[in-house]
Ligand binder design. Structure first.
Ligand SMILES: [Zn+2]
Length: 77
């Protein structure tokens, strides 16, 4: 824990080890901050499956360090 370091509200952190995918309960690899508010957590499988949709609705995303998300390439294009 780093209690002195408070990120700005628009910044999201990658899913913690105990956080689970909203779709299948696997380990979370991607956190998505939605434009309408709220957050979603996806495992690697679902993060890539929904990548095209997520890049359209996400305000911010945070990817786990050990995961390469397909959506990063989509957002770069
Ligand atoms: Zn999943």
């Amino acid at each position: 824990m780093t209690p002195t370091l408070t990120p700005p509200p628009e910044t999201v952190a990658p899913p913690a080890a105990e956080e689970r995918c909203d779709r299948c309960n696997a380990a979370g690899k991607l956190r998505v901050l939605l434009a309408e508010g709220g957050e979603l957590v996806f495992c690697g499988h679902h993060a890539n499956k929904y990548a095209e949709h997520l890049v359209k609705i996400a305000v911010d995303v945070a990817v786990a360090p050990d995961f390469v998300w397909r959506g990063n390439d989509l957002m770069a294009n």
